[in-house]
Ligand binder design. Structure first.
Ligand code: SF4
Ligand code: SF4
Ligand code: SF4
Length: 274
């Protein structure tokens, strides 16, 4: 082999090597960036993944950002993360202070519609079926309750099985903990969140600002919780006063956060970080 050819070969070898090392450095830097980014992208307080989200890492890598969950939600609770949002770009999230999931759709439509099962419907389906089986067993041989509605039994079980996060009270700002009541509308005019209160008869999602409250001791979070006494109650204290207490059945839906009348909500939802 001529010296010239050897030199060219050597130069090519070093050039290819340099490109390879450079590429590895870029890949390494990108992967470090993604890792750091991923760390930052764990949902913040009051910012949750939709119901049924699988573990965060798999969720982010397998969600195809199709937006079907966004489109199907009747109250537009779900948004797709912006490029500058804390969450991974294009993945869905719910910011509960702005618009909580009040289970308006009654059937976890976002979960059911997800084509990749990163919102896992099977777990809810199983819970619904189990609840119907349990009810049927309890009713065996008895006269059928004329109000029996298997669909209702199923959806209650499905909703109760949701675990987006857990509500936490800030006892230093919560009005009930200060012995205070509340009268008026809970959010400023212009707030566009809606809520399908469990206490209305027509079960329509109405604007939060359309409802006026009046209570000697604030209990709005308890009243508006779509899950009810399995999730949050007014607990009688030894001195006879009542204060809200979050229980294990809390789904992290965030309705309590959305309707809390203090400027900074005195109840927050911490996301479940799987
Ligand atoms: S479960 Fe909640 S977030 Fe999902 S579609 Fe229904 S109302 Fe919207
Ligand atoms: S429907 Fe499923 S895959 Fe599509 S954006 Fe929502 S979570 Fe992601
Ligand atoms: S306490 Fe009720 S309203 Fe608040 S997050 Fe839990 S389930 Fe939702």
């Amino acid at each position: 082999m001529s010296k010239n050819k050897t030199d060219i070969g050597r130069r090519q070898f070093f050039k290819t090597g340099a490109i390879a090392i450079g590429s590895l450095a870029i890949v390494g830097a990108a992967s470090n960036y993604l890792k750091a980014n991923k760390k930052n992208n764990i949902p913040d307080t009051n910012t949750l993944r939709p119901p049924g989200a699988i573990d965060e890492e798999t969720f982010v890598s397998e969600c195809i950002k199709c937006g079907l969950c966004v489109q199907i939600c009747p109250i537009q609770a779900i948004k797709l993360a912006d490029i500058d949002a804390g969450l991974d770009y294009g993945t869905p999230y719910i910011e509960v202070r702005s618009q909580a999931c009040d289970f308006s759709c009654d059937s976890l439509q976002c979960v059911e519609t997800c084509p990749t099962a990163v919102l896992d419907f099977q777990q809810f389906k199983r819970e619904g079926e189990k609840a119907i089986e349990k009810y049927d067993k309890e009713m065996a041989g008895k006269q059928m309750d004329k109000n029996y509605n298997p669909f209702k039994v199923q959806i209650i079980a499905m909703k109760e099985h949701v675990k987006m996060g857990v509500a936490k009270l800030n006892t230093s700002t919560c009005l009930a903990y200060q012995g205070k009541g509340f009268s008026g509308t809970v959010r400023d005019a212009g707030f566009d969140g809606v809520n399908r209160s469990p206490y209305t008869t027509d079960r329509k999602a109405t604007p939060v600002v359309d409802k006026k409250y009046s209570s000697d001791i604030c209990d709005i979070c308890v009243k508006e919780c779509p899950i009810g006494e399995k999730a949050i109650v007014m607990e009688v204290q030894t001195d006879g006063t009542k204060k809200p207490k979050v229980l294990d059945g809390c789904t992290g839906c965030g309705v309590c956060v959305m309707v809390c009348p203090t400027e900074e909500p005195s109840i927050i939802v911490e996301p479940i970080k799987a």
